[in-house]
Design a protein around this ligand. Structure first.
Ligand SMILES: NC(=O)C1=CN([C@@H]2O[C@H](COP(=O)(O)OP(=O)(O)OC[C@H]3O[C@@H](n4cnc5c(N)ncnc54)[C@H](O)[C@@H]3O)[C@@H](O)[C@H]2O)C=CC1
Ligand SMILES: O=C(O)C(=O)COP(=O)(O)O
Length: 319
């Protein structure tokens, strides 16, 4: 008999079809995450769960669940900070993620934000759409030149390295990076042990660390205060890695050049003060939002659920 599988969110059709072929699948038809109570219920009701960011599989969900039927949380996405992986392990629930499939698309969004912020593309687009553009002028809307500048990458993992490659090979940029460990990066990149040093020297800072207790507000008020005037902060990791209030204040004061954000502290809430700022480019968590990528993520999540169902080692086990 097929195992039961809950797919918590609508996914590309090809992924849903594959899930239905291999599992006795239930497709939840709501485009918002599971609350902790719903997560607890799901843990008690299904053999396997294909979940996404926004589904709150926190410690409380495991505590609330009573008898747990679920053996695997096959997460659709590489970041799994919405899952308490240690609580899952204690409850006997395997957790897997989808690394690599997301890397290039997320790095591309990083570069989209970097270029759009530096060259004031959002502001320019709003001007044209408002019918307020009065024609080319030599001093109109002058941004920062990107080519040849210094980029500092915070978290030189898969996505950080893909950003580094684009910056170095595409834009001739100098690379600095700060990471937990040193990396064999096949590019001329200088590792800096002190985050302060990177914050104070880079023209662009791109944040690509995972959200963990150690990285919460890693880009703190103090770190933002070290940025050069005119420097630009890009966050494509998770919102709570950056102190959003401190960032807004720095942007309002013009203490830094701008910010390009794909992620926010309390998604989908984006503070009004941030939305009012012309020197911020704001995207709605688009990092992996390309059909081929979402299909590949779905296949990978399903590979993990299938491995669990067959009693095999999960290819992308994280706990
Ligand atoms: N905007 C979006 O849609 C997306 C966001 N993400 C986020 O990007 C994150 C990174 O993904 P990958 O590059 O695949 O992960 P990864 O694990 O390959 O890289 C993370 C890097 O951060 C470093 N790091 C971890 N903790 C650190 C600390 N305290 N201080 C300094 N460095 C630290 C690690 O050494 C590693 O090099 C994910 O965890 C996820 O939250 C991922 C995909 C899409
Ligand atoms: O993989 C991750 O961590 C992501 O953020 C991807 O999630 P997404 O489905 O693009 O919102």
């Amino acid at each position: 008999m097929k195992k039961t599988l809950l797919v918590t969110r609508p996914l590309p059709q090809s992924v849903l079809d594959a899930c239905a072929r291999e599992f006795d699948a239930t497709f939840r038809d709501a485009d918002h995450g599971l609350t902790e109570t719903e997560a607890a219920e799901a843990l008690g009701a299904y053999d396997a769960i294909l979940c996404t960011l926004g589904d709150r599989f926190k410690a409380q969900a495991f505590a609330q669940a009573g008898e747990i039927r679920c053996g695997v949380l096959a997460n659709f996405g590489v970041g799994y900070n919405h899952i308490d992986a240690a609580a899952a392990r204690e409850a006997g629930v395997a957790v897997s993620n989808t690394p690599d499939t997301v890397t290039d698309a997320t790095a591309d969004i990083g570069l989209t934000l970097l270029l759009a912020t530096a060259r004031r593309a959002g502001e320019g687009e709003r001007l044209v759409r408002a019918g307020q553009w009065s024609g080319w002028a030599p001093t109109q809307m002058l941004g920062s030149h990107v080519t040849g500048k210094t980029v500092g990458i915070v978290g030189m993992g898969r996505i950080g390295q893909a950003v580094a490659k684009r910056c170095a090979l595409g834009f001739d940029m100098q690379l600095l990076y700060h990471s937990r460990s040193s990396k064999a990066v096949p590019l001329p990149a200088m590792q800096v042990d002190d985050l302060d040093e990177l914050m104070g020297s880079a023209d662009f800072i791109v944040v690509t660390v995972p959200a963990t207790p150690q990285t919460h507000h890693l880009i703190s008020r103090e770190m933002i205060g070290l940025m050069k005037p005119g420097a630009i902060l890009i966050n494509i990791s998770r919102g709570d890695v950056v102190d959003e209030t401190a960032l807004i204040e720095a942007l309002e004061a013009g203490a830094i050049g701008g910010a390009g954000l794909d992620v926010y502290e309390n998604e989908p809430e984006v503070p009004e003060r941030l939305r009012k700022l012309d020197n911020a480019v704001l995207l709605p968590h688009l990092g992996t939002a390309a059909l081929e990528v979402r299909e590949a993520m779905g296949r990978m999540a399903l590979d993990n659920a299938r491995a669990w169902a067959k009693g095999l080692t999960l290819p992308n086990l994280v706990n």
